[in-house]
Design a binder for this molecule. Structure first.
Ligand SMILES: Cc1ncc(COP(=O)(O)O)c(C=O)c1O
Length: 404
């Protein structure tokens, strides 16, 4: 008789966004004429930039001609894309990363969920609290997190690093010693950032204790301030302790197109074993490459036209972020984020819990956001709004919130 992976049975409830989806669907069914504005899930709304569309069309044409048709992509990605990434995202910023240290993939969600596979199940993970849920849940599935405490909503073997108003939503070094440290900056869900000096301290700390930092830079394109690092490899010593994940979803609107990459420097080793070789082995065995057409679309992100168009797209969303921040402040809310990130993190009014505020906002303003508690216990009493809506909807949502 077969048995299931019992670790899956330990996962509490359903995925945060399924719960929200069900609540919103139920509300809409009961109020069919109400126009609900969704500023909850971090999905983009603007169409792909013209440079990307042109590149997609060209690649599609190539696939229709015998001379230019492509089959399986190289395991680790096409050189044209890996070289463009190495040059634009790293070397031009003074970060020493080679094209052969970049692995092309179909999403930072899958990479951030899969990367734990190359580590021992004995390793202790440390995560920010609140956190992007994939880091914890993928470790639950792997059996790395111990026992769940439903009252505290925490796992016995996970080290939580609270990110609160007191520490500016940037974690302190944990009291216990972790093996794997998940960091995400600019942060989802709080919209906070880390300074270059502070990230350097994390890199020094990881090197000292022999830990690996898994650095999720999915929102890097939204950085607007000077002293905020664009990649962890701006820090000295990161090549021996850091893996970086990067998505094309938020800088280029690829949420439905699917493209991302992971960087593993060759010096990152456990004894004589290079993590680069393990990930290459995993990629080669379990993945047959992002589609050629999509990798060409990714290449266009780095063309001069692509860069200019995407800068405008990011500016569009950041204009929304300003509308949200200003509107909320005018309405008397305590707000953070929204300056180097498309997420606005607000304190719920009075003593409302995150889910109470979710229901209140849905019922009274017909606006959907994300309860902070869904990202971890330290998110209780907070709420996340995203700048990824259309400008018109964002303005309308804030008008409604201000009228409450
Ligand atoms: C922190 C973080 N990492 C990764 C992802 C997923 O990115 P992708 O669309 O490339 O799978 C998200 C999506 O919301 C995210 O917030």
């Amino acid at each position: 008789m077969f048995k299931v992976n019992e670790n899956y049975l330990k996962l509490p409830g359903s995925y945060l966004f399924s719960t929200i989806g069900k609540k919103v669907a139920a509300y809409q069914a009961a109020h069919p004429d109400t126009e609900i504005i969704r500023l909850g899930i971090g999905d983009v709304t603007q169409p792909l930039a013209p440079a990307i569309i042109e590149s997609l069309h060209r690649a599609v044409e190539e696939m229709g001609q015998a001379e230019t048709f492509r089959g399986y992509a190289p395991d680790l990605g096409y050189a044209f894309l890996r070289e463009a990434i190495a040059r634009n995202d790293y070397q031009d910023r003074g970060a020493e990363i080679g094209a052969d240290e970049i692995f092309i993939s179909d999403g930072a969600k899958s990479d951030s969920g899969n990367i734990q596979e190359i580590f021992s199940t004995d390793n202790r993970i440390a995560v920010c609290d609140p956190v992007y849920p994939v880091y914890v849940d993928s470790n639950v599935m792997a059996g790395r997190t111990g026992v769940y405490d439903p009252a505290r909503e925490t796992w016995s073997d996970v080290i939580y690093m609270p990110c609160t108003a007191e520490n500016g939503f940037s974690p302190e070094f944990p009291a216990e010693t972790p093996d794997l440290i998940y960091l995400c900056f600019p942060n989802n869900p709080t919209g906070s950032v880390i300074t270059r000096e502070r990230l350097q301290e994390w890199v020094d700390y990881a090197n000292k204790i022999g830990a690996v930092i898994i650095y999720d830079a999915a929102y890097e394109a939204y950085i607007s301030e000077e002293n905020v690092p664009h990649t962890i490899y701006e820090c000295g010593g990161a090549r021996t302790c850091a893996i970086e994940l990067k998505s094309f979803s938020k800088n280029a609107g690829f949420t439905g197109v699917r493209l991302s990459y992971t960087v593993i420097p060759k010096e990152l080793k456990c004894g004589d074993t290079a993590l680069h070789s393990l990930w290459a082995r995993r990629h080669g065995t379990k993945y047959n490459g992002a589609p050629y057409i999509i990798q060409r679309a990714g290449e266009a992100v780095y063309s001069p036209e692509g860069k200019a168009q995407l800068k405008e797209q990011v500016a569009y969303y950041m204009k929304n972020a300003r509308v949200i921040c200003q509107g909320l402040k005018e309405a008397g809310y305590t707000v953070s984020g929204g300056v180097n990130a498309p997420y606005i993190w607000l304190k719920t009014p009075g003593s409302m819990t995150s889910w109470e505020f979710f229901d209140y906002l849905l019922e009274k303003a017909h606006v959907v956001g994300t309860p902070g508690s869904g990202f971890g216990p330290s998110g209780e009493g907070y709420f996340r709004l995203t700048a990824f809506g259309s400008y018109e909807n964002t303005v309308a949502a804030l008008e409604r919130i201000k009228r409450l």
